[in-house]
Design a protein around this ligand. Structure first.
Ligand SMILES: Cc1ncc(COP(=O)(O)O)c(C=O)c1O
Length: 369
């Protein structure tokens, strides 16, 4: 498996930050981005737009939904702002949203600035267990308009009980949005089963698809009521109508697209997502859990991420107590790529990691037990 990816010299455990590129991606990019541009008789747009459609089709397969419900986006923050300004239930005065202090800060920034000024964001305090549905239920109230759910919390290595939170939101007539930035490509999510209202995600982490290929998904029920504000000709039902006095929203999620789209990031990401679709995200997760068990068998006392596999994400969080800084230094000196946040070192095992990589890591960690 290692030979299929570009990898650095030492073990690479940073897939929660940037996944490694497939070796085959470069050729795919040359064929689908450069070739139509370099060799085509006419302009390359038909092929380029087809390549972006491959991206939404790949996402539909990954999340078990329809391609027309996905819109390419630059990043999650931008997708979130656009959605809030477009949806009548989120753009209204005095909107009330529930999220966690453990969510990625950029998500909070985007909400604070895009919600109307009299709106309220209620935070589940950082110390509470976001893997526990009872914690969510104790905060969710019928006067709230939306719950923001991170499928995975990157600093604590926890998964949220997404299906149960969405079900509770429906009972309370709240909207639900799932952020899959840290889960896509390692923790399977079936939109037909979970049925949230919205989903935002990217391709840069476990999907190994590079930056700039994010996406916004809306349910069939929510899509028609959305009226995006920052539109462009690619948001139009007929981009080539060219009547400056007439604008009509595209009937698909592409109404969120805007002006002339970027293409290159989606060509890269579509190839990678399709590779993972063929391989199977459930197999990525099974491999990830197997390597996590290998580490925990020997170093369980360092782990601060959950012991239950159902609550644990693709990332283990390890803390060396008083020797944490020394532990990080020694890992770096041995060419082992991990990073650290306030709860500890973040260690992610992907399909391109193997037992030897984990054994190398364990040999260093054991000095800190
Ligand atoms: C849970 C989560 N959401 C969102 C993001 C990134 O958001 P954006 O694409 O706006 O940079 C990250 C990045 O690490 C993340 O971990």
């Amino acid at each position: 498996m290692k030979t299929q990816f570009h990898l650095p010299a030492g073990p690479y455990f940073l897939s929660h930050s940037v996944g490694r590129p497939l070796r085959s991606t470069q050729q795919h990019f040359n064929e689908h981005f450069f070739a139509p541009w370099q060799q085509g008789q006419s302009e390359p747009w038909p092929q380029w737009l087809g390549a972006v459609q491959d991206f939404t089709t790949a996402l539909a397969r990954l999340f078990n939904s329809e391609a027309r419900l996905f819109c390419p986006q630059v990043n999650l923050s931008s997708a979130l702002s656009k959605l809030v300004m477009a949806h009548p239930g989120l753009s209204k005065a005095k909107c009330k949203v529930l999220m966690s202090e453990q969510d990625f800060p950029s998500m909070g920034f985007a909400l604070q600035k895009s919600l109307s000024p009299d709106s309220e964001i209620v935070f589940i305090p950082a110390g509470e267990d976001v893997s526990d549905i009872q914690v969510w239920q104790s905060h969710m109230q019928a006067d709230m308009d939306m719950v923001f759910i991170s499928q995975v919390y990157s600093n604590s290595g926890r998964q949220a009980p997404v299906t149960d939170i969405v079900a509770t939101a429906k009972e309370l007539s709240m909207l639900s949005l799932v952020d899959v930035a840290q889960g896509a490509g390692v923790i399977p999510l079936d939109l037909a089963l979970v049925q949230p209202d919205f989903l935002i995600g990217s391709s840069v982490k476990w999907l190994c698809g590079g930056p700039g290929a994010a996406y916004l998904w809306l349910s069939n029920e929510q899509l028609p009521s959305c009226e995006p504000k920052d539109v462009g000709w690619f948001s139009h039902a007929n981009p080539f109508e060219f009547d400056i006095h007439h604008f009509a929203y595209h009937d698909s999620a592409l109404r969120f697209w805007g002006g002339t789209p970027s293409v290159a990031p989606y060509v890269l990401a579509a190839h990678s997502i399709n590779w993972f679709n063929d391989f199977g995200v459930d197999k990525v997760r099974a491999h990830n859990l197997k390597l996590q068990r290998q580490l925990l068998d020997e170093c369980e006392s360092l782990a601060v991420s959950p012991m239950s596999e159902q609550h644990r994400s693709g990332t283990l969080i390890l803390h060396g107590g008083a020797k944490q800084e020394q532990m990080m230094r020694e890992l770096g000196q041995h060419n082992i790529s991990v990073d650290a946040r306030h709860l500890g070192a973040r260690v992610s095992f992907h399909i391109y990691n193997d037992e030897q990589d984990v054994a190398q890591l364990i040999s260093i960690l054991k000095r800190f037990i």
